[in-house]
Design a protein around this ligand. Structure first.
Ligand SMILES: Nc1ncnc2c1ncn2[C@@H]1O[C@H](COP(=O)(O)OP(=O)(O)OP(=O)(O)O)[C@@H](O)[C@H]1O
Ligand SMILES: O=P(O)(O)OC[C@H]1O[C@H](OP(=O)(O)OP(=O)(O)O)[C@H](O)[C@@H]1O
Ligand SMILES: [Mg+2]
Length: 302
């Protein structure tokens, strides 16, 4: 199969099955791009937009975008930077355009050692062997820190390497830390922090594709902004409005509405760009607010 990048159809590469797949699909759907997916199919056509999805292993996404085989890709920064370093080292094209950071796939790449080790700092890794799926990111970091250590490259089950006698330490992705803990490892150095990114191939796109992207990006911003925002409604004592405004995080220009049954209370409606914690709701109640509602927002446009 050859994807025709000169056609009017925009091609987007996403992870077929893994940590980023569901969120990638959800985001595109929230932007109004519909797909009816056949699980086994590599290429899926959108039913309402001239957009095709190429579903591949995440490791292949940076190369597909850098080589101009697809127009856009959704991929973790860790995989992107690893591919970039590898391609620079092997003199392959490594340019991409970064369009947007995405609000999912947050994790860090960390060096961890067995919990029984007496680790006192990076110098303890000198001359050691570190198991990782990210040899270029790891060596780039070690070099900058002036440490010389060897790498054992494993594409999976990195965290079992020390117990299996394959390495002294690991350099692996961490989110909650549960995987490290379950394998008797302790996180010592964060070498890279990552989240998913929307990337574009470096050459300019034809007018039809560019028009699609120009429509897609504001939608994507609207979806991401809406996810972080809440619509808050409450009744507040007129006399406490200043205190209420100070308590509401990231809330600008609240709408103040009169209530039919009382002059002392007013209804306040406001979009807040930050999470409203229980503690803040309790403080609002303490200054006399009642009927406090926090609602999710689906879409936003300025
Ligand atoms: N625990 C985690 N929490 C959040 N994001 C993560 C976590 N682990 C990995 N990620 C992000 O999701 C990406 C994909 O992770 P996943 O484990 O699905 O990859 P994979 O096993 O390499 O999949 P593939 O089969 O596509 O190669 C990672 O490269 C990283 O950016
Ligand atoms: O700190 P934690 O929350 O435990 O997450 C870290 C784990 O998550 C990822 O693996 P994943 O669960 O995606 O499975 P994989 O081993 O198949 O990649 C990553 O490779 C770590 O092993
Ligand atoms: Mg992978």
């Amino acid at each position: 199969m050859v994807v025709d990048t000169n056609s009017a159809r925009l091609t987007i590469a996403i992870q077929k099955s893994g940590r980023l797949s569901k969120e990638s699909m959800k985001l595109l759907e929230a932007c109004g791009v519909k797909f009816s997916l056949h699980e086994a199919r590599l290429l899926a056509h959108s039913s309402n937009q001239p957009i095709d999805l190429l579903r591949v292993r995440d490791d292949d996404i940076p190369g597909l975008v850098m080589d101009g085989v697809v127009d856009l890709g959704l991929v973790g920064e860790n995989v992107l930077e690893e591919a970039r370093l590898e391609r620079v080292a092997t003199k392959l094209p490594a340019e991409i355009k970064r369009l947007r950071p995405l609000d999912f796939g947050g994790c860090r790449l960390s060096i961890a050692v067995p919990k029984e080790d007496n680790y006192n700092g990076l110098k303890d890794l000198e001359g050691k062997r570190i198991a990782t799926t990210y040899p270029y990111l790891l060596q780039d970091y070690l070099q900058r820190q002036g440490i010389s250590a060897s790498t054992a490259v494993l594409t999976g089950s990195v965290e079992v390497a020390p117990r299996a006698g394959l390495a002294d330490a690991v350099c692996d992705l961490v989110s909650t830390g549960a995987t490290l803990e379950a394998n008797g490892l302790v996180e010592k150095e964060v070498i890279f922090t990552s989240q998913a990114q929307l990337i574009q191939r470096p050459e300019p796109l034809n007018a039809a594709k560019q028009a699609l992207i120009d429509q897609l990006l504001p939608r994507l911003d609207g979806v991401q902004m809406a996810r972080e925002s809440k619509y808050i409604m409450l009744h507040a004592p007129r006399a406490a409005l200043d205190k209420v405004a100070a308590l509401l995080p990231g809330a600008e220009d609240p709408t103040i509405l009169p209530l039919s049954h009382t002059d002392e209370l007013v209804a306040v409606h406001v979009v807040s760009t930050e999470t409203l914690f229980w503690e803040t709701m309790e403080e609002l109640k303490a200054v006399g607010c009642s009927s406090i509602l926090v609602l999710p927002i689906e879409k936003m446009m300025g």
